[in-house]
Design a protein around this ligand. Structure first.
Ligand code: DAH
Length: 344
């Protein structure tokens, strides 16, 4: 009986050692310490022992039980600990890993140029005015000295919605609208950025939709020299402090006299290069002194008030400034193009 108990202890300790998980360990517990286990079996046979031997065997059986119990507990603690460690290892977060970068957007190059121009003029005391993109023929043409049938309407191929309503072909109607609101009283000092539409075939330099910024100043004693000083400031801000501008005579129905404005070439400084096509000058906008008819139609006394106006295309300014060769880039939403203006 003694041997049997020692043998059982030996066996049980080996199985405990081999148990690789908690379930296997529990199976060992039931097998050896359970009511139907071999130790209980052995104890049941105690009746056949002599009274002297009985307590000795009883004590030994308890020792064996205790030894198995202790081994079970130790192994259980070990397996539990291993399980926790396994779980921790599987769920580890390496807090020292660098984070995933968040892709940040950046302003569209056109937005950037428009805002830069707005800032410059706001700094000179202008306010920003806006008007509808679906415009009346009256404001788009007639109030700007382009009566029906005027050949200069052909300068701006239009999208008509009805006989009298069209998509505005330029931002100049905002001039007429703003002057009308002033009811003949100056000063008026605005710039009007916005989208415009023309029935053009899209190519590298034409788009059926593009942007313009219109400028208008109306007050007493406004002279052409005011226009020139203002535009020189603008050219220097956009293209560099050393720039100069020149006026070339031109024609717009809403201004008299009218001029095309050139800036000295920022690439060659005026000596002539491929950017300025060898002339040293680059055309950037149209301008002039507000035509008396336009002032009168909007309710201003053209004997008392004079004004200047100008209109420019931010696409053209941006293309020159950043060396962009195709106007379509602005509208194709190609992230590779747009991202280049991240740090400009
Ligand atoms: N509206 C003209 C255009 O779209 C641009 C322009 C020229 C506006 C001269 C003006 C101006 O105010 O004075 O071509």
């Amino acid at each position: 009986m003694k041997e049997r108990l020692h043998q059982l202890q030996q066996e049980a300790l080996e199985k405990i050692e081999q148990a690789s998980d908690l379930k296997a360990l529990n199976d060992v517990r039931i097998a050896y310490l359970g009511k139907k286990g071999p130790i209980t079996e052995v104890l049941r046979g105690m009746g056949s022992l002599s009274p002297e031997e009985r307590p000795i065997m009883g004590a030994l059986a308890n020792e064996v039980r205790q030894a198995i119990q202790t081994a079970l507990e130790a192994k259980q603690a070990k397996l539990e600990q291993e399980e926790v460690e396994k779980k921790l290892a599987a769920e580890t977060i390496d807090v020292t890993l660098p984070g995933r970068p968040i892709r940040r957007g950046n302003p569209h190059p056109l937005t950037r140029v428009i805002e830069e121009i707005e800032d410059l003029f706001i700094g000179m005391g202008y306010t920003i005015a806006e008007g509808p993109e679906v415009e009346k023929d009256y404001y788009n043409f007639e109030a700007l000295n382009l009566p029906k049938g005027h050949p200069a309407r052909d300068m701006q191929d239009s999208f008509y919605i009805t006989e009298e309503i069209l998509l505005r072909t330029h931002t100049s109607p905002v001039q007429a609208r703003t002057m009308e609101k002033h009811q003949g009283r100056g000063p008026v000092k605005i710039i009007c950025p916005g989208k415009v539409y023309r029935r053009d075939n899209d190519d590298a330099t034409h788009s059926h939709q593009f942007t313009q910024i219109e400028g208008l100043v109306v007050d007493e004693n406004i002279r052409m020299s005011d226009l020139k000083g203002t535009l020189r400031e603008f050219a220097r801000k956009m293209f560099g402090e050393d720039r100069d501008i020149r006026f070339r005579p031109s024609f717009f129905p809403f201004t008299e006299p009218s001029v095309e404005v050139d800036v000295s070439c920022f690439n060659c400084g005026g000596h002539g290069c491929n950017v300025c096509k060898g002339t040293g000058w680059i055309e950037i906008l149209g301008a002039g002194m507000v035509h008396p008819n336009v002032l009168e139609m909007a309710g201003f006394d053209s004997k008392k008030y004079t004004g200047f106006a100008f209109g420019m295309g931010p696409e053209r300014i941006a293309m020159l400034k950043y060396g962009i060769d195709d106007i379509r880039h602005f509208y194709q939403n190609d992230i590779r193009f747009l991202q280049q203006f991240n740090r400009v």
